[in-house]
Design a protein around this ligand. Structure first.
Ligand SMILES: [Zn+2]
Length: 387
């Protein structure tokens, strides 16, 4: 019985099954992500005769350390970076050819490398419209996207952008049916992803081809050879995305509770010596007019104030407690600028070098709650001590 239950459990975790009618569309934040975690899937799509398109969102041109070492040049200007971006494009195309994917399958969008979070929080409508066009044009049956749990900020920001695009423009079945959307993680070990991810078993020859594809990224092997080559023996993992009715917490946020006009969060900032800057909290969604808005707060790890940074959200207040030296407690954030019927996204940004502690959380629409919300004046009274 136990074995049967386990087998059923395994069968319940879906992985893509490509056929000659499949149309795969893969979004990669940088020109090496597809090689690192989707090489086996790309080989299988090719073998099945599926149509494949790979969209590289940035050229990976803001990659100064390997460039300094390889080019023996300390100061890098815009021309140097463009040259590096072109080099990374040729590496991406070479890796695709190793996997059996024709160069004509690739598209390069050249959005700003290392700045997708800034784009997302400050204005990404043109990028969202471009993603809608690309998806509508390709009419994919299967879509591979980065996970919001990835600890590279470009990856998780792109995941939020694509999440918005899919829920707003592609929630209804298309001419080719409902799009199956799968997410992948390149960086980090988020339990929110790995605890529910399906593993893709790989044959020796598939793994060997993947290794050859990874070796095409010579610029990246220069400083990260061991880490990069290790991806070849690591099983690829995917989470199939669907409409979620609850948030999977991650990082320093241990619980989230959304009411029609406020968002409650339990937060515990673990002391981390390597974190580079004070944590910032982002709350992002569409307002009543349909415009994308992002409220930003600074949550200092070692003081007694939660500070609003975004003057457009002066009506947003937060309640916080500090225990000992580091923040631990509950944040109550009025979110009435976001209609309760639409999802919002939250990120507590704590960077170490350029990696995050955790990615974004998706908070589903608020359900009608029998519990009364705290009165606004009570929240304001509680906040008085933080001003
Ligand atoms: Zn990447």
């Amino acid at each position: 019985m136990r074995l049967a239950a386990l087998l059923l459990e395994d069968l319940a975790v879906p992985v893509p099954a490509f056929t000659s009618r499949s149309r795969l569309l893969l979004f990669a934040p940088h020109p090496d992500d597809d090689s690192l975690v989707c090489s086996i899937l790309l080989q299988r799509a090719v073998r099945a005769g599926a149509a494949v398109r790979v969209v590289y969102v940035t050229d990976g041109d803001d990659n100064p350390w390997p460039q300094r070492v390889l080019e023996r040049k300390w100061r890098l200007n815009a021309t140097d970076r463009r040259r590096w971006g072109r080099l990374r494009r040729t590496e991406a195309l070479a890796a695709l050819r190793v996997l059996g994917v024709n160069s004509s399958a690739a598209r390069f969008l050249a959005l700003p490398d290392q700045k997708l979070t800034a784009m997302l929080t400050c204005g990404c409508q043109p990028a969202l419209e471009r993603f809608v066009e690309i998806i509508a044009d390709w009419e994919p049956t299967d879509l591979l996207v980065p996970s919001i749990c990835d600890t590279h900020p470009d990856h998780s920001a792109l995941a939020v952008m694509l999440g918005l695009v899919l829920s707003e423009s592609f929630s209804a079945p298309t001419a080719t049916g409902q799009i199956a959307v799968w997410s992948y993680v390149v960086h980090g070990k988020s339990p929110a992803f790995f605890d529910c991810a399906a593993k893709i078993c790989q044959s020796h020859s598939e793994a060997a081809t993947k290794l050859r594809a990874i070796r095409c990224h010579k610029t990246q092997l220069k400083l990260s050879r061991k880490r990069f080559l290790a991806y070849a023996s690591r099983l690829e993992r995917l989470v199939k995305l669907g409409a979620r009715d609850k948030t999977v917490v991650d990082g320093s946020i241990s619980s989230v509770f959304r009411l029609p006009h406020s968002l409650g969060m339990e937060v515990r900032l673990s002391p981390k010596a390597m974190r580079m800057s004070e944590p910032a909290l982002f709350v992002l969604g569409r307002d009543e007019t349909g415009a994308l808005r992002c409220m930003t707060m600074r949550v200092p790890a070692r003081s007694s104030r939660v500070e609003m940074l975004d003057s457009a959200s002066l009506d947003c207040l937060a309640e916080a407690q500090y225990r000992g030296n580091a923040f631990a407690g509950r944040l109550t954030i009025p979110v009435s600028i976001f209609p309760s019927a639409s999802a919002i996204f939250v990120k507590l940004e704590r960077r170490s070098w350029f990696f995050d502690e955790a990615g974004w959380l998706e908070i589903p629409p608020a359900k009608a709650q029998p519990v009364a919300e705290p009165q606004r004046d009570q929240v304001e009274a509680a906040l008085a001590t933080f001003r």
